[in-house]
Design a protein around this ligand. Sequence first.
Ligand SMILES: Cc1ncc(COP(=O)(O)O)c(C=O)c1O
Length: 396
Amino acid sequence: MDYTKFYSDRVKPMKGSAIREMFKRMADPQIISLAGGNPASELFPGEELSKISEKILREKPAQALQYGTTDGLPAMKECAIKRAKKVDAYTEGDSVIIMTGANQGIDLTAKALINKGDKIIVESPSFIGSLNAFRTYECELVGVEVEADGMNIEALEKALAENDGVKMIYTIPTFQNPTGTTMPLSKRQKLIELANKYDVLVLEDNPYGDLRFSGEEVPTLKSLDTEGRVIYAGSFSKILSPGMRLGYIIGAEELLTKIEILKQVNDVHTPVLTQMMCVEFMEKYDIDEYIEKNRELYGRKCSAMLEAMDEYFPKGKVKWTVPEGGIFMWCECPDVSDISVLVDKALEKKVAIVPGSNFAIDINEPSNKFRLNYSSATIEKITEGIKRLGEALEEI
Ligand SMILES: Cc1ncc(COP(=O)(O)O)c(C=O)c1O
């Protein structure tokens, strides 16, 4: 049967995430994946969470298995506020909604704000999940180039000046996905100034902010906002567990009231059980200690990847970013016109990487860039994966 005639115009042009597609091809256990965005599963607090979930289900089944409130359990909202306060992303009077992952917060924020044809400024490249969410609402994505230190602010100013009626700037200012870059304070101040001047909202997506392993902390955009323009999206995916699907958004009450209505019709509420598990985990254990272990491990994995790249990549053929935290780095092959040749060659050698076009505003434009992830594979696999990728680079 041909279903295409039934599709809405909205979904017809949409393509799924190539990263998720790649997961399917990666069923082969011999494949070394430097492709996904998974945190290091070797550090998951499985024992602790197993005891906690058992206790909750034994002692509080009536609460854990019942419907919950749309904006989240009060104790879970306190957990989110506690995390946000560490980076000054919560101001007294702000509203908080617990989301089923930050992804849902981004999607519902977009749903609340975007009309067909609206213009949204995004970093180019940017996180495919958010770009696809925005695309669903049939807006025009205006890309602003990402440099070694985040969004090019002159280009942002130009985009705002040349595009009437931009509604929102979406940015991942710290350890950006996919580039791993971080915007310094001066750029952040300028971004807020521009948002005020051109009267636009800002969606600050910060799932990696806690994962710094070198350099100095930089204030969040939310902490610099004096006009209630920044909506802040946080996540427990990279600091506890992505499978628990716990994220949150923080922002002006009026705005979040609308977003909460959209969540009511979307999934009613985020699972109560995982919220209760997170609350109990944060009461019983020191989550910062757990995050510190992650930071330390990611620092070591990142160094191992950089060392292997120095050793195995053909000299002068690849340029890459050096992240101070997070889980990604971004590589460019100036002499290559279409990176899919390298992606296929790497897969023949059983290494998975993600082509840059996946993170582009125009996914059909050939790219000479690719993204590498260092959080998920072991150090041995990272080294072996980069060695094989170096061979693939030599051969193309
Ligand atoms: C930049 C960015 N934002 C949001 C998310 C989604 O996070 P969550 O698991 O909380 O939905 C991701 C996940 O990879 C991400 O990279």
